[in-house]
Structure formats: structure tokens, C-alpha cells
Design a protein around this ligand. Structure first.
Ligand SMILES: N[C@@H](CCC[C@H](N)C(=O)O)C(=O)O
Length: 294
């Protein structure tokens, strides 16, 4: 019987799934130990635990690059979402991940429910983000403004889909299309203009659907930078919602975003973007020391 190693959780937000590593004081996964190779092994769906990425739950003061990315907000961000894509790369922001991050802080007894319901500022490599728990069990996050980056296109199986570049802290290319997104092959990275996205890009293919009541409504599929096709992307949902409203000449309103893994809601008030959705812990346990050594 293998001796047990570091604590680990598996969870997801609308089926965008993550291996979560609690490391409140930065001594479980000190700098360099969680290298890209280990991230890839953890995210491997056959030889590891499997996930679209890894979230390390750590206090900001133990993250060497936190002062640089948070600036004066460092003092207000007790916690830092140390996010990695499944290929080991870092991303600036993760909208599904940050809801799961707050859920794990609560589940692990690291944060009071009342504090979470009031909303807490969490550090990310894209800057500080306020995230909160709703009494009904869901979560919201203030994602900041969507920033348009200009027009471009993505080619899927040789067919060009015009799109709008949007930054949600991380880069997106949102293509509104009349081709049913369910029919597209996103198993390979769509061809994009690399000069416009030198750091890579997340690509969303989006159908605009009839409104549901007062809410606009879209369906999206996404090919994520550093991962491949995923069942959901929170930042992608915000970028897609922004592009859909923008195409109708609007910058305020609520957009329901259907993704293969469920539904997210995105609200714009003209100054910022609020993403709402669920977060689920599927399993808790420990990593095997033998597997880690291997
Ligand atoms: N799935 C995430 C986004 C994760 C980062 C992305 N792959 C990138 O490299 O920018 C989300 O929910 O936002």
C-alpha cells in the first residue's frame, strides 16, 4: 500500500474540470516543484487524475510573481488562484476555475461562508478579481470589462469564420456564425492570425439564439489555448456574450450562455462583466507518493 501524499481535489465548473491542490502556506508545492511536466501528468486523463487544468490554492504572499501582477491590490488579496492549463502553461485568468477556487476554500474550511457571500478579492495573473458565493449555492465573479482587440478570423476545417478579438485578461477570438456549432470539428486548433495573438488565443464558435425573456442567448463551443476543446470556458462565455451584444449594438444586458457542460450567465452594466455559474467538488483524497516519484 502506497503512503499517502499531498491533498488533492477534483472539481469542475460547467464541466470545465480541474485538479485542485490545496497549498495555503506554500510549503506543499514550493516554487518549481509543480513544474509543467507534473501539471501535464496530473491532467492526463488515463495516466493521471485528468483535468483541463490545475488550480493551486495558495495565499498570495507565498507566490513570487503575485506582487508584480497584483501591485497595490496585493494587500487585499489573501488568496491567489495559481492556474495552469493542462499543457503546463500559465493563463492570466480562468472564469470557471475561480468559482471552483472559492468553492474549495469553503469546502476545505479555509474561508467563512459569510465572508464568501460578501465577496472576496482573489489574486490571479490577470489581476485581482472579486468573487462571491450566492445563498442558492452558485457563485459570481466580477471579471472586469471586456476589451475588444479588433476583427480577425478563425478557419475551421478550411472554412473562414469572421470574429472579434476580445480580452478578458486572457485572449479570445469569438466567431459568431450561422453554421450550427455542434457540427464543427474543434478537435484541432482552428487556424488563426498568429501575429494578432502572439501569446496564443482561445477560440469560441458561437450561435446567437432567440432571446429567453429579457436575456440574450447564445450557444458556444470553445477550443482553449493550452488545453484543446473543453466543455466550457468562463472567460470565453464572457467574451462571447460581449461579442453577441456588440453585434446588436448593445453594451449592457444579460446573456445566457449554453456550453456543452451546462449554462452560464453573463451580465454587463456598461462598466464591468459579472459571470455566474455553478462549481462542484467531485472527489477529495491524496496523491500517491509512488505515482508522484514515478
Ligand atoms: N477555462 C478557463 C480559461 C483557462 C485559460 C485558457 N485556456 C487560456 O489559456 O487563456 C475559463 O473558464 O475561463
Amino acid at each position: 500500500m502506497d503512503s499517502s501524499g499531498p491533498r488533492v481535489l477534483l472539481g469542475h465548473g460547467t464541466e470545465n474540470d480541474f485538479v485542485v491542490l490545496p497549498d495555503p502556506d506554500g510549503d506543499v508545492w514550493p516554487e518549481g516543484r509543480l513544474d509543467a511536466d507534473l501539471v501535464r501528468r496530473l491532467c492526463d486523463r488515463r495516466a493521471g487524475l485528468g483535468g483541463d487544468g490545475v488550480l493551486r490554492v495558495v495565499r498570495s504572499r507565498h507566490v513570487p510573481d503575485a506582487p508584480g501582477v497584483l501591485g497595490a491590490a496585493l494587500a487585499d488579496c489573501e488568496w491567489f488562484m495559481d492556474h495552469r492549463n493542462a499543457d503546463g502553461s500559465y493563463a492570466e485568468m480562468c472564469g470557471n476555475g475561480i468559482r471552483l477556487f472559492l468553492h474549495v476554500l469553503l469546502a476545505e474550511g479555509l474561508l467563512d461562508r459569510a465572508v464568501a457571500e460578501a465577496g472576496v478579492l482573489v489574486g490571479t495573473r490577470g489581476g485581482p478579481r472579486r468573487v462571491g458565493a450566492r445563498p442558492d449555492g452558485g457563485y459570481w465573479v466580477d471579471m472586469g470589462p471586456a476589451v475588444p482587440l479588433g476583427r480577425s478570423e478563425a478557419r475551421v476545417a478550411g472554412v473562414a469564420h469572421p470574429g472579434l478579438g476580445v480580452s478578458m485578461g486572457n485572449p479570445h477570438l469569438v466567431c459568431l456564425t450561422d453554421v450550427e456549432v455542434d457540427t464543427l470539428d474543434l478537435s484541432v486548433l482552428p487556424e488563426v492570425n498568429d501575429a494578432m495573438f502572439p501569446e496564443g488565443v482561445n477560440v469560441e464558435l458561437v450561435n446567437v439564439l432567440p432571446p429567453e425573456g429579457a436575456c440574450a442567448h447564445v450557444r458556444l463551443r470553445v477550443h482553449e489555448r493550452g488545453v484543446g476543446e473543453t466543455r466550457s470556458c468562463g472567460t470565453g462565455a464572457c467574451a462571447a456574450a460581449f461579442a453577441a451584444l456588440d453585434a446588436g449594438g448593445r453594451d449592457t444586458g444579460t446573456v445566457l450562455v449554453d456550453v456543452p457542460g451546462g449554462r452560464l450567465s453573463v451580465q454587463f452594466d456598461g462598466t464591468t462583466t459579472v459571470l455566474s455559474g455553478p462549481a462542484v467538488v467531485v472527489a477529495t483524497g491524496t496523491l500517491s507518493r509512488g505515482w508522484l516519484a514515478g
